[in-house]
Design a protein around this ligand. Structure first.
Ligand code: PEP
Ligand code: MN
Length: 266
């Protein structure tokens, strides 16, 4: 399933004036579903699409992802639209499979201190320098996050993007509490680019645009936004996913904000 690779997003230390958006459905559910989002993402001139194949679900009885079949869908659709692909790896046994067919590997919040997985991903990507998007644990400090990142980078892959995705706090009005301060703190304390996942902290789609605008204003290097052609029917995270139309409107607004900062959204 090896596919053509496209240019990487900025490597370590190379934070640039480009803001990368990782958009796509929470879970890859079918070719039609994924392709509808891919078409929107490509039409907007963006470069990456995300989608879950192996899903970390709190409830065993919830949809667990289509696994390998999802990777095939991702591969087919992204090749057609010329998009780079990002998906989560939860088990060491799937690293090679994902590395061979995707452009980026996501490590989810629930695995943020799964040191053996981090080490295995670091070893597997040491030569290829595949981009690793490393999410912060929802109960993890920034110091723990930066320490954990070393398990990935110690073997030579510095192409790591840190992703803040909200913390568990006493607040229940949102799904998680977005720690926007992570942007300047990570910029101050490390050389890593930082991505803000605005969908998982929001938990509700109407809150997503405000968080996305705040993230860009705060100086985020990248955003993650979940998009689904029919969110009401989504098999995971339906309440927080934007429709393609809502996503398109948001990207146009974000482009204006980015321009004020002398940045470009890609
Ligand atoms: C996701 O990105 O779909 C996901 C499961 O994220 P997190 O690990 O932040 O919960
Ligand atoms: Mn999700």
């Amino acid at each position: 399933m090896r596919r053509a690779r496209y240019a990487k997003i900025p490597d370590l230390g190379a934070r640039t004036d480009e803001i990368t958006i990782f958009a796509g459905p929470c879970s890859i559910e079918s070719l039609e579903q994924f392709d509808a989002v891919a078409e929107t993402v490509a039409h907007l001139g963006l470069s990456w699409i995300r989608g879950g194949a192996f899903k970390p679900r709190t409830n065993l009885h919830s949809f667990q992802g289509l696994g390998e079949q999802a990777l095939q869908i991702m591969n087919e659709s992204s090749s057609k639209h010329g998009l780079k692909t990002l998906t989560e790896v939860m088990d060491s046994e799937h690293i090679k499979l994902v590395q061979d067919c995707c452009d980026g590997i996501q490590i989810g919040s629930r695995n943020f201190q799964n040191f053996s997985l981090l080490r295995d991903i670091g070893i597997a990507t040491a030569e290829s320098k595949t981009m690793v998007l490393f999410k912060r644990g929802f109960a993890g400090t920034i110091a723990e996050w930066l320490s954990a990142a070393e398990y990935i980078t110690q073997h030579g892959n510095d192409n790591v993007v840190l992703c803040e995705r909200g913390l568990r706090t006493f607040e229940t009005a949102t799904r998680f509490t977005l720690d926007i301060s992570a942007v300047p703190v990570i910029h101050k304390q490390s050389l890593f680019p930082i991505c803000i996942d605005v969908s998982h902290p929001a938990g509700q789609r109407d809150l997503v645009p405000s968080l996305a605008k705040a993230a860009i204003a705060a100086g985020a290097d990248s955003l993650m936004i979940e998009v689904h052609p029919d969110p009401q029917k989504a098999l995971s995270d339906g309440a927080q996913q934007l429709t393609p139309e809502q996503f398109e409107d948001l990207v146009l607004e974000l482009r204006d904000i980015a321009a004020v900062l002398g940045k470009k959204i890609v």
